[in-house]
Write a protein that binds this ligand. Structure first.
Ligand SMILES: [Zn+2]
Length: 567
């Protein structure tokens, strides 16, 4: 195990680090960690990472490596070991065009956002898409397609929810748990140690509630006064790799307080079932508002992540006049180490706000292990058991008949809450169809849209993000038009439609030539769907009737019909 190799290494140079009090950075050769051999790199170009395993992403840990592809698509993607194709997944969202390769030892390698598969898979896939009349596919080939190490399995791309051309690459163990691919030595240059910033001190009140007026303190050697009593600690930490400015995640952290081990964790293996608990590991009020990677030292009660090696059983309780010295050691996966040190002093003169009394609307205390239901007249919100990661004050505030605040908006949820309203409250004519809610920021800008569910004469929606929600009716169908407007509507042999929908978003597309279903490759981020004439599902030189349909999230439908002569 690489981390054991690490412990040995630490003992051997531990004598020199104990003398540093301010931030100190050690660089060690990148071969110290990456000691497992047996896989080749999935790309035959200089390897630069724009994302690594365990970095914070949206509401989960990133489960693989993102290899930069020089801003281009179309680099051959190589099988990292011998294996058989175990899954081909095509989706307009997420991993886009992805391939899963099952290796002889039971592990799986995953290659995502591909532009194209190798010909054996591409032929099988198109047949499957036509037979199931669906662009989206999640299946394994019925006959075995085997690749030897170094074979081209496909070409790199930008498909699915990809923010630019790159290869997303994963290794999963036999239980389909993603493991840190940097355990293998892909010869990635990494001389930069993690960037460890402020220590974050969160005061906790006598009911066990975190007060959100946290203090940030740097490792400059000064002593910071903190309110005496229970405190929670976290630290800002991130990593960067050579050749890219992208913010990546750290691999391992060890915390000692007054020389005694307080917590340690390492991101070796993740688990998709609980990967959203990254929100609980992060200091969510900052992650959700400013995307700062702040790591908690001790997990919240609902945090199920498999990353913690050791955490102190006792809470940190600082008394008046007490001095505590926090030392953090933080490593990246290539063994580069940064050590920082902070000094805190308990004080009874530091004043903090309290939460109680400030919450408008109806509120109730919430814990990890209980469900919560709040009624405000005919409006109700329900959080199932194990929704909250820790003690919070749950609240519902009806700002008007259409707008509601569900709080606290800076706390993460492990499960979605459900808000339910009577139809007649939001629709005077009692029309229950085609309602959505927009999630709003504090200053009223739209952050997202959820579709509502209807049951008899109530409307409801569910979300894991608390905050401000406003009900709206979505009666406008998607906007639909040929991308190349001049006759014959075709460019480079492709017939492309532009599709967009403002509120609930495009949820489904379908296209036909002379009444026969044809494959349109849908790319929501480009707002396009393209029929490739190379698929030859048309007759050339004659006028063909093309029908293209698109639906939004509440099933408003648009249809375009016209005649096209394929050259
Ligand atoms: Zn990725």
């Amino acid at each position: 195990m690489p981390c054991k190799a690490y412990i040995f290494l630490l003992i051997s140079f531990g004598f020199c680090i104990s003398f540093f009090s301010a931030q100190t950075t050690f660089s060690t050769p990148d071969t110290l960690f990456a000691s497992v051999s047996g896989l080749i790199a999935p790309l035959d170009i200089p390897l630069v990472l724009s994302g690594n395993f365990g970095e914070f992403r949206g509401d989960h840990f990133h489960t693989g490596l993102d290899f930069k592809t020089q801003g281009q698509e179309g680099f051959p993607v190589l099988a990292v070991a011998n294996g058989v194709v175990s899954r081909v997944k095509v989706s307009p969202w997420g991993y886009g065009q992805a391939l899963y390769l099952l290796h002889d030892d039971g592990s799986t390698s995953v290659y995502a956002h591909l532009s194209r598969y190798s010909s054996s898979i591409q032929e099988w896939l198109i047949g499957r898409q036509y037979s199931s009349r669906s662009f989206g596919i999640d299946a394994r080939p019925v006959y075995s397609i085997r690749f030897e190490v170094g074979d081209t399995i496909g070409w790199s791309g930008n498909s699915g929810s990809s923010g630019g051309p790159h290869l997303h690459f994963e290794i999963r163990d036999e239980n389909q748990h993603p493991v840190n691919p940097l355990k293998w030595d892909f010869k990635i240059t990494d001389t930069r140690a993690p960037e460890v910033g402020n220590l974050v001190i969160i005061p906790v009140n006598s009911q066990g509630l975190e007060l959100r007026n946290e203090i940030f303190t740097s490792s400059n050697g000064d002593t910071t006064e903190v309110k005496s009593g229970i405190i929670h600690l976290c630290v800002e930490a991130k990593d960067r790799l050579d050749g890219a400015s992208n913010v990546c995640g750290i691999y391992k952290m060890e915390v000692t307080i007054n020389g005694i081990s307080f917590s340690s964790y390492s991101i070796d293996t993740l688990d998709f079932a609980v990967n959203k608990d990254m929100n609980a590991h992060s200091y969510y009020p900052r992650w959700s508002s400013s995307r700062t990677q702040i790591h908690r030292f001790r997990p919240l009660p609902g945090d199920r992540l498999p990353i913690y090696d050791f955490t102190s059983k006792s809470k940190l309780n600082i008394s008046v006049g007490e001095l505590i010295h926090v030392i953090i050691k933080c490593w990246d996966a290539h063994g580069n180490l940064t050590q920082t040190s902070y000094y805190l002093k308990g004080s009874d003169s530091v004043i903090f706000d309290t939460i109680s009394g400030d919450i408008p609307g109806v509120s109730l205390p919430a814990t990890y292990s209980t469900s919560v239901k709040i009624n405000d007249g005919d409006v109700s919100v329900f959080w199932p058991k194990n929704s909250f990661y820790s003690r919070e004050i749950a609240s519902l505030h009806s700002l008007d008949d259409m707008t509601f605040y569900i709080g606290p908006d800076d706390a993460p949820l492990a499960k979605p809450f459900t808000l339910s309203v009577p139809c007649e409250l939001i629709s005077k004519s009692n029309k229950c169809d085609k309602w959505v809610v927009e999630r709003l920021s504090k200053n009223g800008t739209r952050l997202g849209v959820e579709t509502c569910k209807r049951s008899t004469n109530r409307l409801s929606f569910s979300s894991r993000k608390m905050g401000w929600y406003h009900f709206l009716q979505d009666t406008i169908a998607p906007r639909l038009l040929p991308k190349y407007s001049s006759s014959p509507l075709i460019k480079n042999g492709n017939l492309v439609f532009h599709i967009e929908d403002e509120l609930s978003g495009v949820s489904k597309i379908e296209g036909f030539i002379d009444g026969e279903w044809v494959l349109f490759r849908w790319d929501p981020k480009k707002k396009t769907a393209a029929y490739f004439a190379s698929d030859l599902s048309h007759i050339t030189g004659i006028s063909s009737k093309v029908t293209f349909k698109a639906w939004d999230g509440v099933l408003n439908k648009s249809v375009w019909t016209g005649f096209v002569v394929f050259p």
